[in-house]
Design a protein around this ligand. Structure first.
Ligand code: NOJ
Length: 575
């Protein structure tokens, strides 16, 4: 175990805040790069691409689960929290990867999955082999069934992925799984669960991990009476800290324990909560410095490309982070949602859940309601808007290439349990589950699996990937990849204090403009029609500006235009 030194140098202290305005890139390891040709991305693949990550200009990588797993839920079904899946590497390679990332100036955040293990975890196997009422069973949530012979589940609850949330084991008892059948929920009232996760936090922290992304952070604490409420009763209960399953107040006692562990290290290890809660105030609890320190806010991910929505979200979240002293987070895409290039090419949701038939997204093409070109153009503008904001920006692998969601995956090849546990009718917004954003990345225009590896790809890649490959975009002026590289480079130079001032004069109608200290002005035109380009030195634009003197690197003196669905960064004259 590492113990805290008595004195902390100025350099280390400065480093302790590295996460506050970091650009963090999410790697979904099995789909990033495959070094051994088995069709599954691996740690060797990540190590080989560290120069790419460095050139992108990132502060940190967030690595989705890489632990041993049968992949019932893309790795979020963990067999062993303190090991690497042999399909994707070894602990020695993990150490090598940490060294390579750190050598490139990139921090590492790993995904921690404390709500559940997989059904292959040694504790769950022990639970199945042990009798009812045993200590082994008490680490999970086992119950007797209802009905004359216990043949009915203890309650009629459904899992987040659809289908029943209780599964029966051979001796007749039932266990709770909030997600897939293969993901039994832990009982966080059991002290051994606490001790084991603290051991896991130290295990990875000792190996040099800089922070943790906490999966389902709002789900750990549960309070279940002998008589369980029905599904309808559960639904009607307020999520104000007293709900039996979600966002209970005492979950923060767990995170206070973890904070003590994080603070054993120098700099302190960081954490970011994935917490789906009802109000900004409840989210702030997860971001408290006595707890995890930061929490994801998915508001932009759920909003239409709309000036008013964006402004409200930014204002609310900055105010909220000011209360806790945390820094806010921004996300447009991740491994659970439709890529934003595709989302913004679909009809607006206006904050409401819109039902898309499965075929709608599947078919693509303007006649089916998707405009891929407009979607990408808006996505680029949204990303530049995001990268100019104070707070941490979480980017998802492939968005720097402008990748769209892959809709054309045959059902038989789909892997997402959420796809398989629901019907087309009750599937949510995307209609197709989450495989479309998890297709292995295209590195080259041609060749075996577009350069992902020499042994194919575990999800089928469409032909259009060629034009979105790293090879197709590398060094090409105006490509999405070059836009991300330049935006990240400028951001690291321009970013200073975590403050933002809306430019009220420019922010009218479809335009949203704000200034960061040092005269860094970000202006987004959310509409379709061009508007006047403000004066200033043009640093970067998300779509090429028409006039020569308004192009990147030029000076706008008035009279030029800012096209629709475009963000431009300017430096105010004289700043
Ligand atoms: C949230 C993760 O982001 C998602 O991918 C996973 O399926 C669930 N938690 C369950 O672990």
């Amino acid at each position: 175990m590492t113990t805290a030194p008595l004195t902390v140098s100025a350099g280390q202290q400065a480093d302790a805040d590295w996460w506050r305005q970091a650009a963090v890139y999410q790697i979904y390891p099995r789909s990033f790069a495959d070094s051994n040709g088995d069709g599954i991305g691996d740690l060797g693949g990540i190590i080989s691409r560290v120069p790419y990550l460095q050139q992108l200009g990132l502060d940190a990588v967030w690595l989705s689960p890489f632990y041993p797993s049968a992949l019932a839920d893309g790795g979020y079904d963990v067999d062993d929290f303190r090991d690497v899946d042999p399909k994707i590497g070894t602990l020695a390679e993990f150490d090598e990867m940490v060294a390579a990332l750190h050598g490139a100036g990139i921090k590492l955040i790993v995904d921690l999955v404390p709500n559940h293990s997989s059904d292959r975890h040694e504790w769950f196997r022990e639970a199945l082999a042990s009798p009812k009422g045993s200590n082994a069973r008490a680490r999970y949530i086992f119950r007797d069934g209802m009905g004359e012979n216990g043949e009915l589940p203890p309650a009629d609850w459904t899992s987040i992925f659809g289908g029943p949330a209780w599964t029966r084991v051979p001796d007749g008892q039932w266990y709770l799984h909030s997600f897939a059948t293969e993901q039994p929920d832990f009982n966080w009232k059991h002290p051994e669960v606490h001790e084991d996760f603290k051991r896991t936090l130290r295990f990875w922290s000792d190996r040099g991990v800089d922070g943790f992304r906490i999966d389902v952070a709002h789900g750990l604490a549960k309070d279940l009476d002998e008589v369980l409420p029905s599904r309808a009763e559960l639904k009607a209960m307020p999520k104000d800290g007293t709900h039996p399953l979600w966002d209970r107040d005492e979950v923060h006692e767990i995170y206070a324990e973890w904070r003590a562990v994080f603070n054993e290290y120098t700099p302190a290890r960081t954490a970011v909560a994935e917490a789906w809660v009802e109000t900004p105030e409840r989210r702030a609890k997860y971001a408290s410095p006595e707890g995890l320190g930061q929490a994801f806010n998915f508001d932009l991910m759920e909003a239409d490309f709309d000036a008013t929505h964006f402004r409200d979200i930014v204002t609310d979240n900055l105010a909220q982070s000011a209360v806790t002293g945390s820094s806010t987070t921004w996300v447009f895409s991740n491994h659970d949602g439709i890529r934003h290039a595709t989302r913004y090419g679909l009809p607006p949701r206006n904050g409401q859940a819109v039902k898309h038939g499965a075929e709608w997204v599947l078919a693509g093409g303007p006649e089916d309601g998707i405009d891929k070109e407009l979607g990408l153009r808006r996505a680029r503008a949204a990303t530049m808007f995001e990268l100019a904001l104070p707070g941490s920006a979480y980017l998802y692998q492939g968005e720097e290439l402008g990748l769209h969601e892959v809709a054309e995956i045959p059902d038989a090849q789909r892997q997402d349990p959420a796809f398989w546990r629901t019907t087309a009718e009750d599937r949510g917004f995307d209609g197709l589950g989450r495989d479309g954003c998890r297709v292995p990345l295209p590195w080259t225009r041609e060749g075996e699996s577009f350069g992902f590896g020499t042994g194919g790809a575990h999800l089928p890649q469409p032909a259009w990937f060629a034009d979105f490959s790293v090879e197709a975009e590398d060094g090409v002026a105006g490509s999405t990849l070059e836009m991300y590289r330049e935006a990240l480079r400028l951001r690291s130079q321009l970013q200073s204090e975590e403050s933002l001032t809306w430019d009220e004069k420019l922010s009218t109608g479809d335009v949203l403009a704000f200034e960061r200290p040092g005269g860094w002005l970000s202006v987004t035109n959310f509409g379709d029609a061009p508007v006047a380009l403000p004066e200033g030195e043009v640093l970067l634009a998300s779509t090429p500006l028409a006039s020569d003197d308004g192009g990147a690197g030029g000076v706008s003196t008035g009279g030029q235009q800012l096209p629709g669905a475009t963000t431009v960064w300017l430096r105010r004259m004289g700043a």
